[in-house]
Design a protein around this ligand. Structure first.
Ligand SMILES: CC(C)(COP(=O)(O)OP(=O)(O)OC[C@H]1O[C@@H](n2cnc3c(N)ncnc32)[C@H](O)[C@@H]1OP(=O)(O)O)[C@@H](O)C(=O)NCCC(=O)NCCS
Length: 403
């Protein structure tokens, strides 16, 4: 008997032609929840998660003779980021990276090589655009995704940052005595960020574009009240003790929803919320209504300096961001992603049960020539292969556009 030939065509997503088919396909990818799980609603815009990046592409895979039978999708965006600093730690080393995300294949079409084909086609585009590396992120329990990237596409496990999640309560959180919180202009925020993240990984070169995006709700600095009058932002010096972070409104990009919880859990969560709304002074750590679509605020660029006191300042800033979210109906959580050894990890409040201790980032060096030749070129320029070099800092800057 003749073997069936698989017809898989991968092409660029066409917004007008494919929007409805992709929405339908992604809805069919969501498994019915028998245990608690999180679903994502892209609010009718399949490219919402890459739209704010400087260069992006979405691909669709069609299967069979029939046209427009979309069975798989993948998205990618390219940007220039730091990969640490050179030895004296004065100047950052920039590199062009591609971030691959939103890979999905319809359950009935899996294990046919469609996912692999989508990744390979997207990598071709990334190379054409001059990306040196490509990386992806997934939950460390997602065996299918990790196998696909590492076994089939030669990615290696690279970093495992932590995703910190904090629910938004009905009550306000106190920001603490003796602390002042000020809003920074995007220009001042940019100059501080460029300085403090000089040596970190994944700090985007176009930070100014991020800070002035309408989704960026502001950059805030917390410092001891007594230090405020002593600090002149124009002096170019930083206060001796401070914390800084920015808030990104991911609520306008996508919505999340928790499914598959028991009736008892549901009732307890609703009850906690009602009590918290009635008696905010008790500060009940209530759970917001996450059983219908809710939005999140992403905290990006968290950084603190000045010893023990700085941790208190960071907590105060996070309380401030929490109160902003509490004032925004439908905002259910604050999310931050930080390097596992980054000191801010302990200072940013989060609920362990809702957070991911290890988000798996896998990376690949994209090159037209063999890896060996590339490595030799890199060595000659004094720049080593990022994947095989020890990180020069424990800090990973998380770009809010990538969440
Ligand atoms: C991950 C996903 C995209 C894979 O798509 P796919 O079309 O089935 O992938 P491929 O057929 O190209 O599989 C390539 C390799 O991945 C690995 N793989 C795929 N599914 C797997 C599974 N369920 N368990 C273990 N390994 C798996 C295998 O190594 C496979 O090669 P093999 O079939 O020769 O053994 C698909 O399972 C999916 O849509 N999952 C839900 C969404 C998701 O997790 N996306 C990834 C987010 S980064």
């Amino acid at each position: 008997m003749a073997e069936e030939v698989l017809i898989i065509r991968v092409r660029e997503y066409d917004e007008e032609r494919d929007r409805e088919a992709v929405k339908d396909m992604e809805r069919r990818c969501e498994q019915p929840a028998r245990k608690p799980s999180l679903s994502t609603d892209l609010m009718g815009d399949p490219i919402c998660r890459i739209r704010h990046s400087p260069t992006y592409l979405m691909l669709v895979a069609e299967y069979g003779e029939e046209k427009d039978n979309i069975v798989g999708v993948i998205r990618g965006c390219i940007k220039t980021v730091t990969r640490g600093a050179e030895k004296q730690k004065l100047f950052p080393i920039y590199t062009k990276v591609a971030y691959l995300l939103g890979l999905r294949v319809l359950p009935t079409y899996r294990r046919l090589g469609i996912g692999t084909k989508l990744v390979e086609k997207l990598e071709e585009w990334c190379k054409q655009e001059g990306a040196e590396y490509a990386y992806m992120a997934t939950e460390c329990t997602n065996e299918a995704s990790i196998n696909l990237f590492t076994l089939k596409c030669a990615y290696v496990k690279f970093r495992t940052p932590t995703v910190l999640v904090q629910p938004v309560h009905a009550h306000y959180k106190p920001t603490g005595p003796g602390i002042t919180i000020i809003r920074l202009t995007p220009q001042l925020a940019e100059s501080i960020y460029r300085r403090v993240f000089n040596n970190s990984e994944f700090f985007p070169k176009d930070i100014d574009v991020i800070l002035s995006n309408k989704l960026s709700l502001g950059t805030f600095m917390a410092l001891p009240k007594r230090a405020l009058h002593k600090w002149d932002p124009k002096s170019g010096h930083l206060p001796s003790c401070f914390a800084i972070l920015s808030v990104w409104n991911s609520k306008e990009v996508f919505k999340l929803q928790v499914n598959g919880v028991s009736a008892l859990t549901y009732a307890l969560c609703v009850g906690s919320r009602i009590l918290d709304g009635w008696m905010p002074w008790l500060r009940i750590p209530s759970i917001p209504n996450v059983f219908r679509p809710f939005g999140v605020y992403t905290l990006y660029g968290p950084h603190m300096e000045g010893g023990k006191g700085a941790s208190r300042l960071m907590k105060s800033l996070c309380a401030f961001a929490h109160n902003m979210a509490s004032d925004d109906p439908g905002c259910g959580a604050l999310v931050a992603e930080v390097g596992r050894m980054d000191p801010v990890r302990e200072a940013v409040p989060h609920w362990r049960r809702f957070s991911w201790a290890e988000d798996m980032w896998c990376m690949k060096k994209l090159s037209m020539t063999s890896d060996d030749e590339d490595d030799e070129d890199d060595e000659r320029c004094g720049v080593h292969n990022w994947i095989t070099t020890r990180p020069s800092s424990s800090v990973i800057f998380f770009d809010p556009r990538d969440f």
